[in-house]
Design a protein around this ligand. Structure first.
Ligand SMILES: CC(C)(COP(=O)(O)OP(=O)(O)OC[C@H]1O[C@@H](n2cnc3c(N)ncnc32)[C@H](O)[C@@H]1OP(=O)(O)O)[C@@H](O)C(=O)NCCC(=O)NCCS
Length: 403
């Protein structure tokens, strides 16, 4: 049995905690220069829960305050959870569970109805009530075969220096951030994280291309090219962020990405499932899907407030029973309809745990599919059809921000 204490880490403890976390991901500690220049800006004060054994940090779970678009378009406060890690000599004795629970309770007390995270492994977070709410696709495009059918000739694509990009892009992104269900606000801490992503390929320059259209900057793409000398294998242009506000920006930026010389393949990470890259190309098979997987996991911290924050399709209603082992205050039945969400004593047509409710929340999964998978208990089949209708969202949810 390990004797440990859980509390919020002071800012003076962030670096030791960060190094401990990097160790759990098999990375080296951050060096002094990188810490001073960038890493220290990633941490929001008072948002790092840490487990201490004496003065040693043996586990952390931190978050950043943000807001997420839910069906209907509202931006709901979200604890963007990240850097969950327990030192390998202290795992499997409940430390992450304790940290994650404290984090949820405290975020709830601060009025955050939901939490969200990216998971390193699919088996970790379901037991804590997180469910896969959005999915992503990784695309690989054979650059020499790829030609855009209807090229954009208006406007222009230009580079920004990284330092300028970090000054200009937050404002540009703010104009796009409510476009799609699942997208989140990017506070300064997440822009610092964004910069940090490029340090995975320290030898490759970071390119930030912006598209200037009629409305000013209408989109941007950030990328790096690895291995630009073909005799060493494929030269790959890695697209790490691509955000567009207009159709012209979408095509113009892809035209740019596919037009960069000394590149064999463009690889775009974590893209929305319905991004129309193939129909944009003359040879649609130049684009292949390398993988589809879970993107963001969501957790309803306060089920009533979280459900109430989104809109539902008018015409039907459903009573669902929610079983929440981690936050039992959420246990109970909820009547869900376009008129709102209320707790009820009426019998439930469907019963599910917190993880499955989170999968339904943004409209990324249909209740009938989750029932088929054995994840929803169905007392009344009509409720299943009603839930499919009621929970449907206006488009496929996607977050698009790494945290
Ligand atoms: C994932 C991690 C934080 C879990 O920490 P932990 O303190 O061992 O977790 P807990 O002891 O609270 O585990 C609770 C339960 O989840 C299970 N579990 C936790 N992590 C698991 C994993 N990676 N694979 C399978 N099961 C896991 C435990 O076996 C335990 O199950 P039980 O209740 O049936 O005994 C830790 O393993 C870690 O730091 N991993 C490397 C870094 C990482 O991937 N972090 C997540 C980033 S998103």
């Amino acid at each position: 049995m390990t004797d440990y204490q859980i509390r919020i880490a002071h800012e003076s403890e962030h670096r030791a905690a960060a190094d401990m976390f990097r160790g759990t991901m098999h990375s080296l500690p951050v060096d002094d220069e990188q810490w001073a220049k960038l890493s220290s800006r990633v941490y929001q004060p008072n948002r790092m829960w840490a487990a201490f054994e004496g003065d040693d940090v043996i586990g952390i779970a931190r978050s950043v305050d943000s807001a997420m678009v839910v069906p209907g378009g509202a931006q709901v406060p979200v604890a963007a959870v990240t850097a969950v890690g327990v030192r390998a000599d202290r795992t499997r004795r409940g430390i992450a569970s304790a940290l994650l629970r404290r984090q949820l309770v405290e975020a709830g007390e601060r009025g955050m109805p939901i939490a969200a995270l990216h998971a390193s492994e699919a088996v970790i977070y379901g037991r804590h009530g997180y469910g896969v709410a959005t999915q992503e696709r990784t695309l690989v495009i054979d650059r020499k075969r790829a030609r855009v059918r209807n090229p954009v000739t208006a406007g222009r694509v230009e580079f920004l220096e990284l330092s300028e990009a970090t000054r200009v892009l937050p404002e540009v992104y703010r104009r796009f951030e409510t476009q799609r269900v699942g997208m989140i606000q990017r506070p300064s801490y997440l822009w610092a994280t964004w910069e940090g992503v490029f340090s995975d390929r320290p030898q490759a320059p970071v390119r930030v291309a912006v598209y200037h259209g009629e409305d000013g900057v209408e989109g941007f793409a950030a990328y790096q090219v690895s291995n630009p000398w073909p005799e060493d294998g494929d030269a790959v242009l890695h697209v790490t962020d691509l955000m567009v506000g207009t159709d012209e920006a979408f095509r113009a930026l892809w035209q740019h990405l596919l037009g960069v010389d000394l590149v064999d393949k463009a690889k775009a990470w974590a893209r929305p499932l319905d991004e129309p890259v193939e129909p944009m190309l003359v040879d649609s098979r130049a684009c292949t899907t390398q993988g589809i997987g879970d993107e963001v996991w969501v957790r309803l911290i306060d089920v009533q407030a979280g459900l109430q924050a989104r809109k539902y399709t008018p015409g039907s209603s459903v009573v669902i029973e929610v079983v929440d082992k981690v936050l039992p205050e959420n246990n109970g039945r909820y009547h869900v309809s376009a008129e709102g969400v209320e707790r009820t004593d009426a019998p439930a047509g469907l019963s599910m745990d917190a993880e499955v409710l989170a999968m339904l929340y943004l409209g990324g999964w249909r209740a009938s599919a989750l029932a088929r998978a054995g994840r929803i208990e169905v007392a009344d089949p009509k409720s299943l059809a009603a839930a499919d209708e009621v929970f449907a969202a206006e488009h496929i949810p996607w977050c698009g921000t790494f945290f």
